[in-house]
Every structure is written in structure tokens, then in C-alpha cells.
Write a protein that binds this ligand. Structure first.
Ligand code: SF4
Length: 470
């Protein structure tokens, strides 16, 4: 499904490189490949060994870095960020990487995720005299690093990280080193690769393919990786870790050509579709997927069920960004602009429409109606994830309980509301089995909190939902 229509949005993507003469350009291409993780702002900070240079702004990567702006970025190392911000959010000051200058040097920060104790830490910092420049939770880390009593930067960073709770994949860069840190649950993906003699780090491995880098390994939960001109070494800022990778990365967010914990995203989605066909079979003439993220699951459903896969819905790729507005009215208007049924495929047919998730239900309702108007005789909706009943506090804008249709409606009520002939979701256990992550336990080392309500971290009473934080 299309992110901007569904109301499920990734918060950010990060990319970093150390030791390449074209660090800024490589980062530009890396960010371009991560554009699906955030379209509201982008930034790159480079170091030439003596000073940091920054270019950032609101908009898409090619808009922010057009007009010769790349010429302002010098040096052999860079970190970059793409950002998503929802209604009432954003603003130039929140576009990352955030940059801080002090007598002892500069620090750039790029963050993917959401801190669940950011408010408590902000109150603490303000009571000690800190003045926060942004409304982003990311800035908290810079203040904690600065205030730490340790001498070495890596110890100050470790000390600061140990105070954070929630989801974070951080890239931290000074004039002379880059640090890479992942939260103790490893909620967001973060991988390490190599490009000739340079080290690269990215939210998704698709960025490595785009820049020609080779994948080395995933960053471990609780790991602090330090890269400088002497090479790379790894430390831990905590030993208390328990992997809980966001399962929505497989279902919906990541690009199909990315691998997470060694599992290809397209392959995982296909397996989700197969599992769904096993759990919720139906007699029909064609299977179709809602582009783009549900196509793989629809292929899996078709393969297992033996019902032919057809292109029953197509996406209009040339709608301008004007329509990518995170407001409900424009989102609904946008459905018709962005998707069209293929009459020649669905007319007179019983259609299985595979989608990856239902958030508010409004978009599903419109697509079902579209298929019927195009002549489908039956529309059977199959969802390749369990019902989303709980909000996400870890960097995905899944809306509040009130906005999530599955938190207050039964499956039958939802079916009626979206106007489908039948509606089925994947079971949580079927989802775990289909993704087949290489971890033991009930969830296979995945976070499933938006489906089950079992959050892998403590949630504080004043935890700010990602879409409220700006
Ligand atoms: S709550 Fe859902 S969206 Fe958020 S990290 Fe967990 S699985 Fe991902």
C-alpha cells in the first residue's frame, strides 16, 4: 500500500560513510535509495578532519541537494538522514543531522527511531540548565553526551546511550570519528558494509547495492561501533539486550530488495502471502495486490492457492508531491489520484485483494469500491499481517488507539465497513512462522507490539507518539 495514503509512516532513514573521497556524493545516492523512509526533509553533514559542513532542508533528497548545494560539502566522511514528519511537525530546525558546536569540537547526530523517555530526560536536562534548540527527541542525546563526566568521547557516548529508552539507530560524527549505535532491542534495522577502503552504514541494505558497497554484517543491539582513520572497532554500551526487530519493516516499510537479519524482504512478504493463503483460502478467479508493498504478498497468495496473479490495480507514478500530504482529507482524495483498477482484469471476476495492513480502513474501503465499480463481482480482502490494534512508540506513525480501526472493531465489523465480501487477517503465530527470523522464542526476535500490545520496552505515561513529537 502507498505509505502516504495508508497513514502508516516510517520516521527516518540514516546513511554514513567513512574514508571515501566522494563521501557526500555517495551519501546522496544512499539517501536517495532510502527515500521511502522519509520524504519531508533530508540532510548531509561531512567532515574534512578539521570542521563539519552541513546542507539540509525540507523536501525530497533531489530537491534539498539541487542547485550545486553538494559543492558545500567537503571531506572523506559523511552522515545523512531522510526524515518523515507528520501534521503539525517538521520544521527546518528538526531536519537532521542535527549539528552542535562547542569549544571542544562539533558533533553531528542522525537518528532513526523514537525515544520513549525523551520527555522525562528533557525535563531533567532543562532543570539542570540545558536549553533545547529543537522539539526533536534526538537532541537529548547531544546534551547527555555533553553533560557526561567522562573524559573520552566514546565513554561519554556510552554513558549517554545507557540513559535512553526506546528505539534508536544513531549515527554520531565529530571532526575525527564516526560512531554507530543501536538500541538494546535492535528495533530498527542498521547494517555495516564496505566500499573499497571505506566503511558504510545504512538503515537498509538496498543502499549498499545502490552505491556498490558490500554487506559485512548487521549492527548488534547494544553495540557502539567506532570508525576513524585507524579503522573500525566495536564496543558495547550495555550487555542487557534482547532482539525485537520491528516486524512492520518486513511487512511494509523496507524496500523489497533489502535484507534484514539475513532475510530478504520480498521473500518474507511472499511467505506472508503463502501463509495467508493457507490460513484464509477462498474460491476466486484472480489475486491482485495493492501496489507497491503488497505485490510480493499477493504473488505468494496466488502461488499457494493456484489462483492466477493479475495486475488488478495500478499505481499512477506521476502524481506530484502536492498530494503527499499527511492530512486525512487529502489522503482520501489522494487514493483516486494514485491508484486505478484495471477493468479488463477485474470485470466479471471474483477478486482476492491482498493488502499488507489496515490502519484506519478508509483507504481499503475506497479500493474495494473502486474494484466493484470496475466490475468485480466479489471482492475478498486478505491482509498479510494481524490487525493493528495498538500504537507504535518506536518511530512508526501508526496513529492513536482511536484512529486504529482494529482496536475498536471486530473483523466482521471491519468487513462491513470496508464493504468486502470477506475479510481475513494473518494470525500472529502465522506471521512469525512465515518471516522465519533466525531467533528463538514466541516472536522470533521481532517486535509485534502494534498487533499484540506487548511492548519490548517500558512505556512511560508521558511517552510521546512519533506523530506528536514535533
Ligand atoms: S510497535 Fe509495530 S510498528 Fe512499532 S516497532 Fe513494534 S512492530 Fe514495529
Amino acid at each position: 500500500m502507498l505509505a502516504e495514503l495508508k497513514g502508516l509512516n516510517e520516521e527516518c532513514g540514516v546513511f554514513g560513510i567513512w574514508g571515501h573521497p566522494e563521501a557526500a556524493q555517495i551519501t546522496y545516492y544512499g539517501l536517495h535509495s532510502l527515500q521511502h523512509r522519509g520524504q519531508e526533509g533530508a540532510g548531509i553533514v561531512t567532515t574534512d578532519g578539521e570542521k563539519l559542513s552541513a546542507v539540509k532542508g525540507e523536501g525530497l533528497v533531489n530537491e534539498v541537494f539541487g542547485n550545486g548545494k553538494m559543492n558545500d560539502l567537503h571531506g572523506k566522511a559523511a552522515i545523512g538522514h531522510v526524515r518523515y514528519a507528520t501534521a503539525g511537525g517538521g520544521g527546518y530546525e528538526n531536519v537532521q543531522p542535527l549539528l552542535f558546536h562547542s569549544q571542544t569540537g562539533s558533533l553531528a547526530l542522525a537518528h532513526n527511531g523514537n525515544l520513549v523517555n525523551a520527555n522525562a530526560l528533557k525535563h531533567q536536562l532543562e532543570s539542570m540548565g540545558s536549553i533545547l534548540q529543537t522539539t526533536s527527541d534526538t537532541e537529548v542525546l547531544a546534551h547527555l553526551i555533553k553533560r557526561s563526566g567522562y573524559t573520552l568521547l566514546k565513554d561519554r557516548v556510552k554513558n549517554a546511550l545507557s540513559m535512553l529508552k526506546g528505539a534508536y539507530a544513531f549515527l554520531i560524527m565529530t571532526e575525527t570519528e564516526m560512531m554507530v549505535a543501536l538500541d538494546p532491542n535492535g528495533l530498527r534495522p542498521l547494517s555495516l558494509g564496505k566500499l573499497n577502503d571505506a566503511y558504510v552504514v545504512a538503515s537498509e541494505t538496498c543502499a549498499f547495492d545502490v552505491v556498490g558497497a558490500t554487506f559485512i554484517r548487521d549492527i548488534e543491539p547494544g553495540e557502539l561501533l567506532i570508525i576513524d582513520n585507524g579503522g573500525l572497532h566495536t564496543e558495547r554500551f550495555t550487555m542487557h539486550t534482547q532482539r525485537a526487530m520491528c516486524s512492520m519493516e518486513y511487512i511494509y516499510f523496507s524496500r523489497p530488495d533489502s535484507n534484514i537479519d539475513g532475510i530478504n524482504v520480498h521473500t518474507a512478504r511472499k511467505s506472508l502471502g503463502k501463509q495467508l493463503a493457507m490460513e484464509a483460502p477462498i474460491e476466486a478467479d484472480v489475486v491482485t495486490g495493492v501496489p507497491d508493498s503488497s505485490i510480493s504478498a499477493a504473488i505468494g497468495y496466488a502461488e499457494f492457492s493456484g489462483i492466477p496473479y493479475e495486475l488488478g490495480l495500478i499505481k499512477n507514478r506521476y502524481v506530484g508531491r502536492t498530494f503527499i500530504q499527511p492530512s486525512q482529507s487529502l489522503r482520501e482524495q489522494g487514493v483516486k489520484m494514485k491508484l486505478s483498477p484495471v477493468r479488463g482484469v477485474v470485470e466479471g471476476k471474483r477478486v482476492v485483494m491482498v493488502d499488507d495492513s489496515i490502519v484506519r480502513g478508509t483507504t481499503s474501503k475506497r479500493i474495494v469500491r473502486m474494484l466493484r465499480e470496475a466490475g468485480a463481482t466479489e471482492v475478498h480482502v486478505r491482509i498479510s499481517s494481524p490487525p493493528i490494534k495498538n500504537p507504535c512508540f518506536y518511530g512508526i506513525d501508526t496513529s492513536t488507539h482511536e484512529e486504529l480501526i482494529a482496536s475498536s472493531h471486530s473483523i466482521e465489523e471491519m468487513r462491513e465497513l470496508i464493504g468486502a465480501d470477506t475479510l481475513s487477517f494473518l494470525t500472529p503465530s502465522g506471521m512469525v512462522e512465515a518471516i522465519a527470523r533466525p531467533y528463538e522464542g514466541e516472536t522470533g526476535g521481532a517486535c509485534m507490539a502494534c498487533f499484540t500490545g506487548k511492548y519490548p520496552t517500558e512505556i512511560f505515561p508521558d511517552t510521546v507518539l512519533p506523530h506528536e513529537k514535533c
